[in-house]
Design a protein around this ligand. Structure first.
Ligand code: 4NP
Length: 156
């Protein structure tokens, strides 16, 4: 069985493509590429078709991660295609809530849920490169326990 994960932020050019890249590295390290599939999307239509922000790509590159994702907007259909939809912050989470219906495949969470706190991944768009690096560190810390959850819960 394949577990499918969708990371969502506002623009799909900063936090969620980075989350996708970071999580893919963790999956590769655990040799789970065939078991876990990852994608990302944005709640807004602002940046559809664009590569990740150059600061996102630079930060990822510094950690050996190449980002090639092109931004797309989340769709109601995603709630049938994915098992987990993970929002970067509470605003993203609330905007995703409106897509939800009773017989969805997906469950909706905050990316940082498995850190055991009600924490957000802050929006770095109007910040500096330092904020992007902090975002990377936050994602790395948040996604390790999420991967552990997937392994335990899905027996992979
Ligand atoms: P993201 O960051 O949601 O992490 O991709 C942002 C990207 C673009 C904008 C805001 C946040 N924007 O306002 O265009």
């Amino acid at each position: 069985m394949e577990v499918k994960v969708l990371f969502v932020c506002l623009g799909n050019i900063c936090r969620s493509p980075l989350a996708e890249g970071v999580f893919l590295e963790l999956i590769k390290d655990a040799e789970l590429e065939k078991k876990i599939k990852v994608d990302s999307a944005g709640t807004s239509a602002y940046h559809i078709g664009e590569l990740a922000d150059y600061r996102t790509r630079q930060t990822a590159q510094q950690h050996g991660i190449q980002l090639t994702h092109q931004a797309r907007q989340v769709q109601k259909e995603d709630f049938q295609l994915f098992d987990y939809i993970l929002a970067a912050d509470k605003s993203n989470y609330n905007n995703l809530k409106v897509f939800q219906s009773e017989n969805d495949r997906a469950s909706l969470h905050l990316i940082r849920e498995w850190e055991g706190k009600n924490l957000e991944v802050p929006d770095p768009y109007y910040g500096t490169l330092k904020d992007f690096e902090e975002g990377y560190q936050i994602l790395k810390k948040a996604l390790k326990p999420f991967l552990e959850h997937l392994r335990a819960y899905h027996g992979i």
